[in-house]
Design a protein around this ligand. Structure first.
Ligand code: FES
Length: 357
């Protein structure tokens, strides 16, 4: 229904039904692209140009992905950023933005903008109405110029299609195929080895047993972590992060199999929650419980890290400790089970269960 037909209907209805006058529709104001064919052509070219830039950006995304090293960091805004990530964000983000801007520019300046009114009516339509509707729909499509401006549709389709390429390429970032051998060298291995020195997470100073008082918790890392940088540093830090706690050995349960894993009541556990991998932080000195802030899983560090509450299904992995000849705390080995959340292939048979000896 056109706006003048609608306004006639409103006037007719007002006389009989409506106590509050319907203001009706404002008169339609043509856009500059409706009155100036040259302007319409200009807008048409702008939209095609926006869609046309998308494949170039998608190619640039793929080139950056393979050509810019992931461990190249550059100074920006007072800190250092990974160049690869920045360029991927720039090219991918700009490509998606151009698709959106092009579509909006097309809709606002080229498609028909005649106001239409849909009267309320019963939900079901009779066949005659449906036929009339389909006729209007076809007329609307013709009016939008979609069939005349085939290049717009083609360039939009091409732009959207080519965006699948960067999405597919980034699948490679999911890492190598996780065969058992790959897992053993990646997610099932940390920097902790026999004799690796335990250092304070903040100042990288090696820790001695006398640095911890009973009831104290310290965040720690392997000393060799501080020789790494870039991507490797972040990956290894996420896996090797440790919490050291000192408790009175007479007030905690130490199973026979772990009798020599502590040093005078100092025990070391993975800092990574076994639910979905948040760093656990909240230490309750009196109960020996540590709480994960993400979903409140609670682990009893006075009982080999068993879960006492929350969604985590596995105990916190414990790291066997000893003291070296210089009197520093060191690891006896790597963790005996993989740290962090579960995954399909993970073997949980060696996880500590409450009551194990
Ligand atoms: S990640 Fe720790 S409880 Fe969910």
């Amino acid at each position: 229904m056109s706006s003048s037909e609608h306004n006639d209907l409103v006037r007719a209805n007002e006389e009989h039904h409506f106590p509050v006058p319907d203001p009706g529709l404002e008169e339609h104001v043509p856009r500059y692209t409706d009155t100036d064919p040259a302007a319409a052509t200009r807008v048409y070219r702008q939209v095609v140009a926006m869609f046309g830039l998308v494949p170039l950006l998608a190619i640039a995304f793929v080139v950056v992905y393979f050509a810019v090293p992931q461990d190249l960091w550059v100074p920006f805004l007072g800190t250092h950023w990974p160049l690869n990530n920045m360029l991927l964000g720039l090219t991918g983000g700009l490509a998606v933005t151009l698709v959106g801007l092009g579509a909006v520019h097309w809709a606002r300046q080229l498609m028909s903008d005649h106001e239409v009114v849909e009267e309320r009516h019963p939900a079901g339509s009779d066949p005659a109405t449906r036929t009339a509707f389909l006729g209007k729909l076809d007329a609307g499509i013709a009016d939008a110029g979609v069939s005349r401006r085939k290049m717009l549709l083609g360039s939009l389709g091409g732009a959207l299609g080519i965006l699948a390429v960067p999405a597919l390429v980034t699948l490679a970032d999911m890492g190598p195929w996780p065969t058992a051998a790959v897992r053993r060298e990646t997610i099932e291995k940390t920097l902790w080895t026999e004799g690796e020195v335990v250092v304070n997470d903040v100042n990288a100073k090696p820790l001695r047993p006398e640095d911890l008082e009973i009831g104290q918790l310290v965040n720690a890392e392997p000393q060799s972590l501080f020789d790494l940088d870039g991507h490797e540093l972040i990956t290894e830090k996420a896996k090797s992060a440790l919490i050291l706690v000192r408790m009175d050995p007479n007030r905690i349960q130490i199973p026979e199999s772990r009798r020599d894993w502590h040093v005078s009541g100092i025990l070391a556990y993975s800092k990574i929650c076994t639910h979905v991998g948040c760093p656990i932080t909240l230490w309750e000195q009196q109960t020996h419980h540590v709480l994960c802030p993400c979903h409140q899983s609670t682990f009893d560090l006075g009982n080999s890290g068993v879960v006492v509450f929350g969604p985590a299904a596995r105990s916190l992995p414990q790291l066997p400790l000893r003291v070296n000849a210089e009197g520093y705390l060191v690891a006896q080995s790597d963790f005996t089970v993989p740290v962090g959340p579960s995954y399909f292939e993970r073997d949980s048979r060696n996880d500590y269960q409450d009551g194990d000896q």
